[in-house]
Design a binder for this molecule. Structure first.
Ligand code: IFM
Length: 727
């Protein structure tokens, strides 16, 4: 077993349970299932989250709904129920095989009555058919011959943690029906309470390797099961297979019929064929996505783990959904989508699986009506994307969130973290540069860029006294500081955005004049509006010292207390956690890169001297250890560009350990998706130094000294290119 392809644990630690559940998440782009155990334990956070299945919830507006659990599988040995917290467990090993998405658990269990069994449980979510899931449960009798019972079913008694009170749960499902169309099959039909989405699930259980197996349904309300009973002789192994199918009313008009048809098809094909098809799909993914780092097994494993988590969260056949900030692996941020996807994840997919990057950008296209509505309600024109997005396109950032101590905190991001609109336009533009996908750009991408530009044109404020345009009262990427004026990141990205919009329109006029005039008419791109955009480009205020190149993050940043971060060491929480929200606003400490984020995004527009002076100022003033997980990968890239390879490597490893080592102590709540995407970028744009030039992509490698070789594949404008770099 190649250790750079597997994540494993060899002890069951109840207190690390939630972290393990996150990292042992499996999925297939349709759903994600946390790594809870088939036999369930008190306090576990079971979750299966299906893309697009949202339901209303207090405070957080709407959330991804925890689906009825498909994992339940119980074993009774001579009437004693298997559980790892009674009897004796030895030889425990849990392994996530990144190559194939297989989660395996092996152990030996001695029951309280003294019967010993070897147990192996495997689960996977088919990548070849996203409506199909499988569990294989193998039991070997070691020191006895006796009666075995296996129960495989569904559990509809699931809940979402309540945003109001963490020890309360929210029930989103109403049970419609459950049934047993055949002795080995059970079904469950549930419906979300407010959004009215139907979910149908079907289960089939079969046992091989033993004779005279009897099957019977067990009709427990909301938890339909199939029971298999048989005799197991000493030394004999029984292999049970549970196949599960799922459809929602989002996918198909008659999900109840579809699950049974799919199940019949799967039974007919057989487990081995289904597995082989699934493995073939994974082989195809890894053929283009794998990045090989020779000389650094920890980095190699972390990178593959990150890519695995991104791949299982990326919708393959649905462009009306996108990847939430915590993927489909946890409840934090409730399945809402942030700039994390557009800026941190889309570049990885654009360079490897462009059709999937396109799905994510089409999600932004489909949510344009919501963005237009948000702009209109706020008194602006055009389209203003929500800071936290869901498929309806509406703004879903909560206004308030309760703290553990009972106080509530006002969250302003939904109203004033407006750079998201420029970020989406930037993602569209970069995707177009990498892929040359003209159909997308002409028919969808251009409209996104232009209508968000219309928003900025209406958003900027003209300051007659200073004879310049300004943008006041915003939050930039560094969320430690709220209600700031002239965020240099925001203003500069708006300048870039308007310039790109003008360029897009004139390109369309030349190449697709019909489309250009249709958009000009529909979006009201009048000559006056275009002149205004040019005026904003020329006169928007960018706070940069013309001699040194140093930028001031926002008006008055340099006047804040210049707190020496090292004076707070040792610490176990963020600067915001230590100083409070108000306190953090008063000091020059960043939660995450802001000016440096700008230098990273508009890389080509800044020289080394500008990068250096800003890096020297802002990098030491950033809360790397406990601030945002979005920061380390970006610092790694900038560090590489400045030749600070060791420092870059430190930042890179902080990103690499975000989930596997739980460096921020919050991986229990889900995978840090942006950090995972950033890790790929740190390797490719940072250490390999990949850049797009008018002549195509070039590399400028600066590998950490202990890396012997770095190899990867990219797709560029329809061509596949291999790259292999040695240090
Ligand atoms: O989008 C990020 C933001 O930049 C920092 N806070 C967390 C959000 C979700 O990951």
């Amino acid at each position: 077993m190649d250790s750079t392809w597997v994540v494993h644990e060899d002890t069951f630690e109840a207190e690390r349970q939630h972290h393990s559940e996150t990292i042992f998440t499996i999925g297939n782009g349709y759903l994600g299932t946390r790594g809870t155990f088939e036999e369930r334990y008190p306090g576990d956070r079971q979750a299966t989250l299906i893309h697009g299945v949202f339901d209303d919830a207090p405070i957080i507006h709407t959330e991804l709904v925890n689906a009825p659990d498909w994992l339940p599988f119980s074993l009774f040995v001579e009437g004693q129920r298997f559980a790892m917290n009674h009897g004796l467990v030895t030889n425990y090993l849990r392994t996530l095989h990144l190559r194939t998405g297989l989660l395996t658990r092996q152990l030996r269990w001695r029951s309280p009555g003294g019967q010993s069994v070897d147990i192996t449980i495997e689960r996977w979510a088919s990548l070849a058919d996203e409506h199909l899931l499988a569990i294989r449960y193998t039991v070997t009798a070691l020191n006895f011959s006796g009666e075995i019972e296996l129960r495989a079913g569904l559990d509809g008694l699931v809940e979402n943690p309540c945003a109001l009170q963490s020890n309360m749960g929210l029930l989103h499902w109403q049970r419609m029906t459950q049934g047993y169309p055949a002795p080995q099959i059970a079904t469950l039909h549930s419906r979300t309470r407010t959004s009215g989405i139907d979910l149908c699930q079907a289960v089939y259980l079969t046992v091989e390797g033993v004779e005279n197996v009897s099957y019977a349904p067990h009709d427990c309300p909301n938890c339909p099961q199939v029971i298999a009973r048989f005799h197991l002789a000493q030394g004999q192994t029984a292999t049970a297979t549970k196949l599960v199918t799922m459809y929602t009313s989002r996918d198909i008009s008659n999900p109840a019929a579809a699950v049974l048809e799919k199940l019949a098809e799967a039974i007919a094909r057989g487990y081995d064929a289904l597995w082989a098809e699934h493995v073939r799909e994974w082989d195809e993914y890894w053929r283009v996505c794998d990045v090989v780092i020779e000389g650094d097994d920890e980095a190699q494993l972390a990178l593959r783990f990150s890519l695995f988590q991104l791949l299982i969260a990326t919708p393959r056949h649905d462009d009306r959904v996108s990847i939430p900030a915590k993927t489909l692996s946890g409840f934090d941020y409730r399945g809402h989508v942030f700039w994390d996807t557009d800026i941190f994840i889309v570049p990885f997919l654009a360079f490897t699986l462009p059709h999937l990057a396109r799905n994510l950008l089409m999600y932004r296209y489909h949510t344009l009506p919501g963005a237009r509505d948000k702009a209109r309600r706020a008194g602006y024109q055009g389209a203003m994307y929500p800071w936290e997005s869901v498929p309806s396109g509406e703004e879903t950032t909560p206004h308030w969130v309760p703290l553990a101590d009972g106080r509530v905190v006002r969250i302003w991001c939904g109203e004033i973290e407006q750079h998201i609109s420029a970020d989406v336009a930037y993602a569209v533009w970069r995707y177009w540069q990498v892929t040359g996908d003209e159909d997308f750009f002409v028919n969808y991408g251009a409209e996104i860029i232009l209508d968000t530009a219309v928003f900025w044109g209406s958003r900027v404020e003209f300051n007659g006294r200073e004879d310049r345009y300004e943008i006041n009262d915003v939050i930039g990427p560094d969320e430690n500081h709220e209600h700031v004026n002239n965020s240099v990141f925001t203003n500069r990205m708006v300048q870039w955005h308007l310039r790109t919009a003008l360029h897009t329109l004139s390109w369309l006029q030349e190449t697709h004049p019909d489309k250009a005039s249709e958009l000009a008419q529909r979006l009201h791109l009048t000559p006056e509006r275009l002149v205004h955009w040019q005026d904003v480009i020329d006169r928007i205020y960018i706070a940069q010292n013309t001699e040194t190149g140093l930028m001031e993050q926002f008006d008055g940043f340099f006047d804040l207390e210049d707190l020496d971060l090292t004076s707070l060491e040792p610490r176990t929480q963020s600067v915001q956690g230590l100083l409070g929200i108000e306190g953090a606003q008063k000091v020059q400490v960043l939660k995450q890169p802001d000016v440096l984020m700008l230098l990273y995004m508009l890389d080509d527009e800044y020289d080394q001297a500008t990068k250096r002076v800003n890096w020297d100022y802002y990098e030491p003033r950033t809360d790397h250890a406990f601030g945002s997980s979005l920061g380390p990968a970006v610092h790694a890239i900038l560090g590489c560009q400045l030749g600070e390879i060791e420092r870059a490597y430190e930042h890179f490893m902080r990103a690499a350990r975000a989930d596997l080592h739980d460096v921020r102590g919050n991986a229990d709540a889900g995978i840090h998706a942006a950090s995972a995407g950033g890790l790929w970028q740190a390797v490719i744009f940072g250490f390999a130094g990949l850049k797009l030039t008018p002549q195509g992509p070039i590399v400028h490698p600066r590998l950490p000294s202990h890396w012997k070789k770095l190899s990867f594949t990219i797709r560029y404008r329809g061509e596949t290119r291999q790259c292999s770099l040695e240090s």
